[in-house]
Write a protein that binds this ligand. Structure first.
Ligand SMILES: [Zn+2]
Ligand SMILES: [Zn+2]
Length: 272
């Protein structure tokens, strides 16, 4: 049975350089679309390890502009042009919250033609940071919601044409908008930057992420965006204080396949 959606956790880390965890990034493959969520340092190499070339990427969406989530945008555009721009056969769509156009203009003022693609080969979309937003593409629908981190921060919910759904929190603190966006999603990929007891403003801990997953009644929770402090504690048992459903702790290049909704057991039959 062909999966409706295939998810690859390209990176499970942060801005802290790590041989174990590349910066936080997710690849979602739905239909013929290859969608990348965030491109921090290392993402382009992680894509290669996942068997995806930069020329296969159809969409990149940014949760926010912190460099550990966005820095390789420049590398992506530059590598698309040199040495052979003709290798890209279709337009690349980039999307992010309000301010993205300004960010791209700023990068162009520094890098000029080095990061400019041919006419018609780059679409830039700004999504609302004040309220939820949604766009339909051929292979999927993307819904967004503002979250509690930076002014431009948004979370994403991608739904495939067969009904499979994944939510990516980006960076956030606890917020009702994320609970709403994640409602009954198949998978919630949620940041869990610091351990319980060491929470920092604008980020979650394992138990705080678990609480969001429980309230949203998601089918599966994936914790990610682990600062090194998280690798010294028992993240799973911290999350179990608030969440008892299926749980994965992200590792780089971990994959999850989701069948189309019509091929699934009713929710009450699933072993939660
Ligand atoms: Zn951030
Ligand atoms: Zn971050």
């Amino acid at each position: 049975m062909k999966a409706d959606m295939r998810i690859t956790l390209l990176g499970s880390g942060t801005c802290v350089p790590s041989l174990k965890r590349s910066a936080c990034s997710v690849l979602v493959q739905a239909g013929r679309s290859n969608i990348v969520l965030d491109t921090g340092p290392g993402t382009l190499r992680q894509l290669l390890k996942a068997g995806v070339s930069i020329f296969d990427i159809s969409h990149v969406f940014y949760s926010h502009f912190h460099p550990d989530h966005s820095a390789e945008l420049v590398s992506l555009l530059f590598a698309t042009k040199y040495p052979d721009a003709s290798r890209r056969r279709f337009a690349l769509t980039l999307g992010a919250g309000v301010g993205f156009q300004k960010l791209y203009s700023g990068l162009r003022s520094v890098y000029g033609s080095w990061i400019e693609l041919a006419p018609g080969m780059l679409n830039i979309i700004e999504l609302s940071t004040a309220t939820s937003d949604a766009i339909d593409f051929d292979d999927f629908t993307i819904r967004t919601s503002p979250v509690a981190h930076n002014a431009e921060s948004i979370a994403f919910r991608i739904t495939g044409r067969g009904g499979a759904s994944v939510v990516y929190s980006g960076d956030t603190d606890t917020c009702e908008d994320l609970v709403r966006l994640a409602r009954e999603a198949d998978v919630l990929i949620c940041e869990s930057a610091m351990p319980d007891g060491r929470k920092v403003r604008g980020h979650l801990t394992p138990s705080a992420a678990g609480e969001i997953a429980t309230r949203a009644k998601v089918d599966k929770l994936v914790l990610t965006h682990f600062y090194p402090e998280c690798d010294t504690v028992d993240v799973e048992s911290q999350c179990r204080r608030t969440y008892d459903g299926p749980l994965l702790l992200a590792e780089d290049l971990m994959t999850i396949e989701l069948p189309a909704a019509r091929h699934r057991l009713p929710r009450q039959c699933l072993n939660r």
